[in-house]
Design a protein around this ligand. Structure first.
Ligand code: UD1
Ligand code: CA
Length: 456
């Protein structure tokens, strides 16, 4: 079936109490509205009309150029929003109209709606759910034959109607011609003075059209983000879905409910995630890793067989079999080749480290290129900043940096060279050389005994 989708994303969202449009709020690493678009994409829908109003340019910027944006100049209601699409609408005979603030909808449900819509040759098919306490959702009205004959918003509902437990989830599949015809007849004669999309159902019914419905199995899918309590509820549900999907694909979670994994994260088979792990953005993790406890990775690429505990990494790449932590901090543009060890209280930034190199204890490595098989001794500091500019240093393969050294950048340490412990290196060190850059030790024999005589 040729279907396109109208996504309503222009509302004021007052209940959110935010300076940002609610559809842009972050939910598991994506804006709320993107989850709705993703569900559509799963069903093969490729043409989208996104109605924007509040923070229009921000919404556009965030979602990118793949969609047709339709500006709703004034926020006069969901029906008014949908009507704005009419002049831009292409030829697909059927169209979904979806609330951009209900991110838990799944592709499977949209497919089911599509199927019912076609099988019943409906003019509109709407998604409903049964809630014992339906709160602020619109209520579904049915005629004597049980056919849906209209929707009523809570603010306009009689007490009797308010007691109805079947609600409107805010997702509809329309025959496009019928939708736009009915939208043009809308009035705003209601409690909120808005043009309600929901009134279209009654218009179609009264004109003798066929109104079909599809009832949700999982009520969570209808959850609309009207305020931050709902946002938190949606997050809880989505996090669990994400973890369950990963577990079914072969990832072990210990205490899964303590781990937060974003929608865009992928994790390989037989990786074990310990409690307190947060995986954000476009993080990918390979097979057979052990991550956590208490580790946060943001936009990181992690190979296979890696172990990371009690650490934070952002925009970093870790090759296979790296060992990181406890208590390491990898800042953006850190690249570790295979088998690198980054140990306790080590911070790296904008640095590449070659295969098998070790930085085991209390070091700062900023703006450095470190070769393979290098040992960076405890307490080594790359002095990359002179208070005004940053400089890079290079350490070639096989070099050995003794403990408590300062490498004052820019400096070049040659292949297999040694830097004596406690050195402050300000000049390049040639290949195979030993650099000693510290004052020589002097022992004053008998000094303590003489002092004792002077000061008894
Ligand atoms: C709407 C439905 C309600 C349903 C609920 C499901 C109407 C009148 N009511 O109520 O029956 O139970 O969704 O979640 O449709 N929007 C615009 N322009 C506007 C107004 C809204 O683009 O002028 C967008 C919003 O950004 C939002 C969506 O439409 O994404 C729904 O609007 P909202 O105000 O949240 O509707 P509800 O009160 O939740
Ligand atoms: Ca809503």
């Amino acid at each position: 079936m040729q279907t396109s989708a109208i996504i309503l994303a222009g509302g004021a969202g007052k209940r959110m109490q935010s300076k940002t449009n609610k559809v842009l709020h972050n939910l598991c690493g994506r804006p709320v509205v993107e989850h709705v678009i993703n569900a559509c994409q799963e069903t093969g829908i490729s043409r989208f009309y996104v109605v924007i109003g509040r923070d229009a340019s921000q919404v556009r910027e965030r979602l990118g150029d793949d969609y047709t944006y339709v500006l709703q100049e004034e926020q006069l209601g969901t029906g008014h929003a949908a009507l704005q699409v009419k002049p831009y609408y292409q030829h697909e005979p059927h169209v979904f109209v979806l609330c951009g603030d209900a991110p838990l909808i799944t592709g499977a449900t949209l497919k089911r709606m599509q199927q019912i819509h076609l099988e019943q040759n409906a003019d509109v098919t709407l998604l409903t759910a049964i809630f014992p306490e339906p709160g602020d959702y619109g209520r579904v009205l049915r005629d004597a034959n049980g056919q849906v004959c209209g929707l009523v918003e809570v603010k306009d509902a009689t007490l009797e109607q308010q007691a109805i437990t079947e609600i409107n989830a805010g997702f509809y599949c329309f025959r496009a011609r019928e939708l736009f015809q009915a939208l043009e007849q809308l009035t705003n004669d209601n409690a909120q003075g808005e043009y309600y999309l929901t009134d279209v159902i009654q218009t179609i019914y009264q004109a003798g059209g066929r109104v079909a419905s599809c009832t949700l199995d999982d009520n969570n899918e209808s959850l609309g983000i009207n305020d931050r309590v709902r946002l938190a509820e949606a997050e809880k549900v989505l996090r669990q879905r994400i973890r369950n999907r990963l577990m079914l694909a072969g990832v072990t979670f210990l205490q899964p409910e303590t781990c937060l994994v974003d929608a865009g994260v992928s994790i390989g088979q037989d990786t074990v995630i310990y409690p307190g792990v947060i995986l954000e953005g476009n993080t990918t993790i390979g097979r057979d890793c052990v991550i956590g406890p208490n580790t946060r990775l943001v936009d990181c690429q992690v190979g296979a067989g890696v172990s990371i505990e009690f650490s934070v990494a952002r925009q970093s790449t870790l090759g296979d079999n790296c060992v990181v932590g406890p208590y390491a901090y990898l800042r953006p543009r850190t690249e570790l080749a295979a088998g690198v060890k980054v140990g306790t209280f080590v911070e790296l930034k904008n640095s590449q480290v070659g295969a098998g190199s070790k930085i085991p204890h209390q070091s700062y490595v900023g703006d450095a290129t470190i070769g393979a098989g290098v040992n960076v001794g405890a307490g080594t500091i790359f002095v990359n900043y002179d208070g005004r500019d940053k400089y890079r240093s290079v350490v070639e393969d096989g070099a050995f940096i003794g403990c408590n050294s300062n490498l004052v950048s820019p400096v070049h340490i040659g292949q297999d060279a040694y830097v004596a412990a406690g050195s402050t290196v300000t000049k390049d060190v040639p290949q195979d050389a030993l650099a000693v850059a510290r004052s020589r030790q002097e022992n004053k024999e008998g000094w303590v005994a003489r002092r004792r005589q002077r000061i008894p």
